[in-house]
Design a binder for this molecule. Structure first.
Ligand code: 3MF
Ligand code: MG
Ligand code: MG
Length: 413
């Protein structure tokens, strides 16, 4: 094989990408509530054991690229775009004005803002640290983000308490820390009520995002279920303003069935925002793009969300691999992630209207003939004996839909 000269590598990637076909137009992509995080596109490939591999990309370029691809919404951490030292200063106002301009120019809307409470050293003991001043600072940052959100026209604020936990046991008192954490959220909701009223806007939807491990060894709110308990614990002054932003991989990481975790959030009326990506059980947060690892599970997740009328954002919270160049991030990584999502979403529509799945599901719900005596376990079992085969038939049908076999695609020797 001949080495590929450096100057031909981009065109090779472009040619193969075009040869893949099946891409949706930017206009079609914009019809879905897909949101692109500043931090995902700007990720430079660094990690604890990894040096950066890509060049810095600012928000003007990210927003421009999102607009071109057809990702109609953008979201950001406060410090993705405003250096920590400039938070709350005139410099912040200048940056916010620049963001407003970039959004307008590229016809991209800001969907969500979030406060970074995990990267800066001030949060080494979490935003709910023992020190009152650290907590006051954290609350100030949350309130500031609420303000930025309203200035940018956002509808959602997300909270990932990634540093709310510990490495060594016994020094942190969990109940007290959770009470302090609630105070921060309460301050953000109070601020929101004030600012929203002053600006004549609806309040934001405040969404908590769980991750079971990383960066702390032990996390105090490790799962979406733990957060549902926290929201209804009585610690929040405005529990009706607080919901969830589950992340697909974060639930998979602890061994959950993500679809079941989402179902529990739906039942509580708290599934408001959704971080979409992929990865593996019981590994670290690999943040692979949606559908590259578990496409069948993803199809099933989207069937659940479609059938429940979920209409919140699908947030592309993944990391383009560090083997990908800046060119590859925008030419391959984002468009293919968006297009897989759209394909799986439309396929979920096929599942919902599939006559075979519908007939099988209806039959399961109808059940077999009633036994005369409700205590007659043998008769009840016998009367349903053939029906349960349909579970496996449905699973088979879902795979057929995933690979296109339901439309006559088949392999033969
Ligand atoms: C970490 C995450 C975060 C959150 C973000 C939103 C950096 O695993 O998923 O992304 O999504 O902080 O608040
Ligand atoms: Mg993640
Ligand atoms: Mg996330």
């Amino acid at each position: 094989m001949k080495p590929v000269p450096i100057k031909e590598q981009k065109s090779l990637v472009n040619r193969l990408m075009d040869a893949c076909g099946g891409a949706y137009s930017p206009e079609t992509r914009r019809k879905y509530f897909i949101t692109g995080p500043q931090w995902a596109a700007a990720y430079e490939g660094h990690a604890l054991f990894h040096a950066p591999t890509r060049k810095t990309v600012g928000f003007e370029e990210v927003i421009r690229q999102y607009g071109e691809i057809g990702i109609g919404h953008w979201c950001t951490h406060d410090t993705d775009v405003i250096p920590a030292a400039a938070i709350g200063t005139a410099e912040q106002d200048k940056i916010v004005t620049r963001i407003q301009k970039a959004l307008k120019k590229n016809d991209v809307a800001c969907s969500m803002v979030t406060t970074e409470t995990f990267h800066h050293a001030v949060f080494a003991a979490s935003p709910a640290a023992e020190s009152p001043q650290v907590r006051e600072y954290a609350a100030t940052r949350l309130c500031n983000t609420v303000n930025i959100g309203h200035q940018l026209g956002a509808s959602y604020a997300v909270y990932w308490p990634g540093s709310l936990g510990y490495f060594v046991q016994g020094a942190v008192e969990e109940t007290q820390t959770l009470k302090w954490y609630a105070e921060g959220l309460n301050a953000a909701c109070e601020e929101d009520i004030k600012v929203a009223a002053a600006m004549g806007r609806p309040t934001l939807k405040h969404c908590m995002e769980a991750k079971p491990f990383e960066p702390q060894a032990e996390i105090l709110l490790p799962t979406s279920d733990a957060m549902l308990g926290f929201i209804s614990s009585g610690l929040l002054t405005h529990p009706e303003m607080v919901g969830l932003n589950p992340e697909y991989l974060h639930e998979l990481m602890w061994g959950a069935a993500p679809r079941a975790a989402l179902a529990r959030a739906l039942l509580c009326g708290k599934l408001w925002h959704f971080d979409i990506n992929d990865g593996y059980r019981l590994k670290h947060d690999v943040d692979i793009a949606v559908g590259l690892v578990n496409p069948l599970d993803w199809l099933n997740v989207l069937v659940l969300l479609r059938s429940h009328g979920y209409n919140g954002p699908f947030n592309l919270d993944y990391k383009p691999p560090r083997t990908t160049s800046n060119h590859g991030v925008f030419k391959v990584s984002f468009p293919t992630a968006v297009d897989r999502f759209i394909t799986l979403w439309e396929m979920a529509g096929d599942v919902l209207s599939d006559p075979i799945i519908n007939e099988a599901t209806d039959a399961l719900k109808a059940g077999g003939p009633r036994a005369k005596d409700v205590h007659d376990v043998e008769a009840i079992t016998k009367n349903h004996a053939e029906l349960l085969t349909l579970h496996e038939l449905i699973a088979h049908r879902l795979v057929q839909i995933l690979i296109g076999a339901h439309r006559g695609r088949h392999y033969a020797l």
